[in-house]
Design a binder for this molecule. Structure first.
Ligand code: DAH
Length: 324
């Protein structure tokens, strides 16, 4: 038995010395360690070894087996991981493109809207989200007893300021710091303590528009809004102006577009109320202007058939990736 073991070991050393490729190494492994290989064969013969020399013979077979195993691991042609990589590498396959983020649909909508106004000569201006009562209400001709001033409708800070509830505040800031003529659009976030549901959020986005000059008429407002709505919703879009009331414009309108068989309200607008001009220090007998305000979420929802406003804020990639 001993001789047999030494014989196998000797053969193994000779065979291993001839191995020259990963395939030959595998054949070598099968020939010695495979089910019908020479090492299992030795273990089968082990059954006939007399009990007295079993321990010694067993250790001897194991020694040869372990040597073969370690020789397999260390062989210069074994390195299976590297070989596998080489054989699978195909330099002609396209690469894996890195994932790049995209602009949020709300920002895309803001960009689109402001660029339409940009073509009409309006400049983009921004204002602060934490505002004074003066800019959010008083200067906009909103009386002290107006319900929107209530703490149920506006977030007040503990130091007497508030989170703006409308971007109309930017009208006031721009007029306070500049002289006419003015043509601005002011996009940004606004806040109202509404209970969140499919169509309400405590924070949403608006775009305010303001044009002031010495000869701006209501028909200029109609022309600008017509052009804007047809640019945004398609050239066949029908537009309707409905009388309404806003404290900071007089006269005021709500503007609808035809949608299917009915009409949908899209924005509010009007001629700037002379009281507003007076408050910001403009000569109300010499300047005229118009203003308008629209909700960004509403427009994005209409255009893309989005039925729940919360999708905009939840950062769900399944939603966001639909608007690359
Ligand atoms: N600020 C109004 C709102 O939040 C929207 C608005 C209506 C703005 C009419 C205007 C306007 O400038 O003329 O509901």
């Amino acid at each position: 038995m001993r001789e047999k073991i030494l014989e196998v070991e000797k053969e193994a050393r000779e065979d291993l010395a001839r191995v020259d490729s990963a395939e030959e190494l595998e054949a070598f492994r099968v020939a010695y360690l495979g089910k019908k290989g020479k090492i299992p064969e030795l273990f089968r013969l082990f059954g006939e070894v007399p009990p007295g020399s079993r321990k010694e013979v067993g250790a001897e077979i194991n020694r040869v087996k372990e040597w073969i195993e370690s020789a397999l691991k260390e062989s210069r042609v074994s390195k299976p991981a590297q070989n596998r990589e080489e054989s699978l590498f195909d330099g002609t396959l396209p690469g894996i493109p890195p994932k790049i983020g995209s602009i949020h649909l709300l920002q895309q909508t803001i960009d689109e809207i402001t660029s339409i106004y940009g073509k009409m000569g309006f400049e983009v201006v921004e204002g602060p989200e934490i505002e004074t009562e003066f800019h959010n209400f008083t200067a906009l001709n909103i009386p002290l007893n107006h319900p929107s001033r209530d703490a149920f409708d506006t977030f007040y800070t503990t130091d007497g300021q508030l989170l703006r509830s409308q971007t109309s505040t930017v009208q006031i800031r721009v007029m306070q710091s500049r002289k006419p003529p003015l043509k601005i659009v002011a996009p940004g976030r606004v806040y109202r303590p509404d209970t969140v549901d499919a169509s309400h959020s405590f924070m949403f986005h608006q775009i305010e528009g303001l044009m002031v000059d010495d000869r701006v008429s209501f028909s200029d407002l109609k022309g600008v809004l017509h052009l804007f709505l047809r640019e945004l919703f398609g050239s066949a879009t029908r537009v309707r102006f409905r009388p309404h009331f806003f404290p900071f414009t007089e006269p005021s309108v709500e503007v609808d577009i035809q949608w299917g068989k009915g009409w949908l309200e899209i924005l509010g607008a009007g001629s700037v109320d002379p009281n507003v001009f007076e408050t910001v220090g403009y000569d109300k007998t010499r300047v005229k202007g118009f203003a308008f305000g629209l909700g960004v979420e509403r427009i994005a929802m209409l255009r893309h058939g989005i039925t729940d406003i919360r999708h905009f804020y939840e950062n769900d990639l399944r939603f966001l990736r639909q608007f690359p």
